[in-house]
Every structure is written in C-alpha cells, then in structure tokens.
Write a protein that binds this ligand. Structure first.
Ligand code: ZN
Length: 264
C-alpha cells in the first residue's frame, strides 16, 4: 500500500484548484492543438464542431415532418397528417426522428464515426440528435443502441450507436441500456443490398432480453442508430422489443435517407 498516500493526496486537491488545473490544461491543449472543423479540418473557435461552410452543407430535418417516420414535408399538412409512406407501410415503431438528411457530408461524418477515431464526432452528432428528438426526452425513456454482433464488436471494439447513445444520455440525463437487445445473427453489411434483401438480412437478427420489461420498469424505449436507410434495421430491433412485450418504442438517428435530398 505504498501508493496509498499519493492517491489520497491527489484526491485531496481542493475542487477549485482541480478545476483551475483542468481549465489551464484545456487552454494549453487549445494552444497546442487548436480546434479544427470535424469535416475539413480548418481552424475554428470552438471544439467538437464544424466550420460554418461545412455546417451549411448539412441538411437538418425540421418541421413540418411526418410525425411517424420523421421525414420532412415540402409544405405543412396539419398537425396530424402522416406521410404517404407511413400510410402505405406503417412502421412497427411509434415515431422516428433524425437530425439530418443523408448527403455527402453526413456520409463522411458517419463513416469516420463508425471507426471511432474521433470521440468528439459522436459528441457533435449527439447534440444534433438530442435537439431532433426533443419530443422524446420528457417521458424519461431508456436509450437502446442498435447492437453490433459480438464478433464485429470484437473486431472493431467500438459500437458507434452506443457512443451516440452515451453522448445523448449525457445531454439529456437519460439512461442507456446497451444490452437490452442482442444481435443474435451475424448479418451481411447492408450497403449493397436492396430494400427487400435488407429486410431479409436482418429478419430474426435481434432478440430482446427475456427480462426486458423488468429492466425497463414501465419506461419507453428510444432506439439509437447512426443512419436510417430503408429502416429495416430499426424495424427489426423494434419487432424484437415488441416480442418481449415492450409497447412504446421510438427511434432516433443522426441521418436518414430522404428521397429527393440524396447524394450529390
Ligand atoms: Zn469545415
């Protein structure tokens, strides 16, 4: 127990001094590594952000939008109007919201988020997601990230959806349950698959824990994903939760594919 004294001494630094040291440290870090845009790396004033030029390329999804699918409407159709897509193919979840339309810059941010080399990227995306999902948080839901299969998680040692959920939790004060749903089937990468192939690929890929209802204790679930393309993944996760008896399920993603606002 030789080091015991040192630990006590470190822990014993008055909070104010520790705060000053931290701020001083941050100031030195800013001098050595001035904050740069998360996309183009030009110098910016504030860390964890995009420069004005890159930010202007993001396409935030704002009202008016379909209350079920969260896709933007060209014109306001009234508070209860839902989209033709939601009528033709009603989603299993209650509501979905996404921060931005999937375009070149969103694709670049998500691509880098997946490999986890920039934790500040998750913080940036989560800030926009927390705003996009503002209707969800007041009910005190549990955030449930879309799980990776454990082999893939092992290879990558990082799940971008869990990181996003943790960052949203820090902003909203909500809890994350990263083990409520498990990926029980190893699926192919969805990228090159058609909508129908995607649906088949993820069918039965997820299972909620049998004690899911007990863990939730009456709280709603918000599924967290990085991007919604056809929605097949979040629908499969929703179905797994419904099978375990979970009744109230919403979805939040950073980006989603919006017809007519695609890649340039
Ligand atoms: Zn930039």
């Amino acid at each position: 127990m030789d080091s015991g004294g040192d630990i006590v001494k470190v822990a014993g630094i008055p909070a104010r001094a520790a705060g000053l040291a931290r701020r001083f440290g941050a100031a030195i870090l800013d001098q050595l590594y001035p904050p740069v845009c998360l996309h183009c790396e030009t110098a910016i004033a504030e860390a964890d952000a995009l420069c004005a030029k890159c930010f202007a390329q993001l396409r935030p999804i704002t009202a008016p939008l379909c209350p079920r699918l969260g896709i933007p409407f060209e014109v306001a159709l009234g508070p209860d109007a839902i989209s033709a897509e939601a009528i033709a193919d009603p989603p299993p979840f209650d509501r979905a919201r996404s921060a931005v339309a999937y375009n070149d810059i969103a694709r670049n941010l998500i691509g880098r988020l997946k490999y986890g080399d920039r934790p500040e990227l998750a913080r940036f995306c989560a800030r926009l997601m927390a705003a996009a999902g503002h209707e969800f948080w007041e009910a005190g839901p549990v955030l449930v990230p879309v799980p990776l299969h454990r082999f893939r998680q092992f290879e990558r040692r990082y799940n971008q959806s869990t990181e996003l959920a943790r960052c949203i939790a820090r902003i909203t004060g909500l809890k994350v349950d990263p083990v409520l749903v498990d990926r029980v089937k190893r699926t192919k990468q969805q990228v090159s698959l058609s909508a129908e192939q995607r649906q088949r690929n993820v069918a039965g890929a997820f299972a909620a824990r049998s004690d899911a209802l007990g863990r939730l204790n009456g709280r709603r679930v918000v599924i967290v994903d990085d991007v919604i393309t056809t929605g097949s993944t979040v629908k499969a996760v929703t179905k797994a939760l419904r099978k375990a008896g979970v009744a109230q399920i919403d979805v939040i993603s950073f980006a989603r594919v919006v017809i007519g606002q695609g890649l340039s």
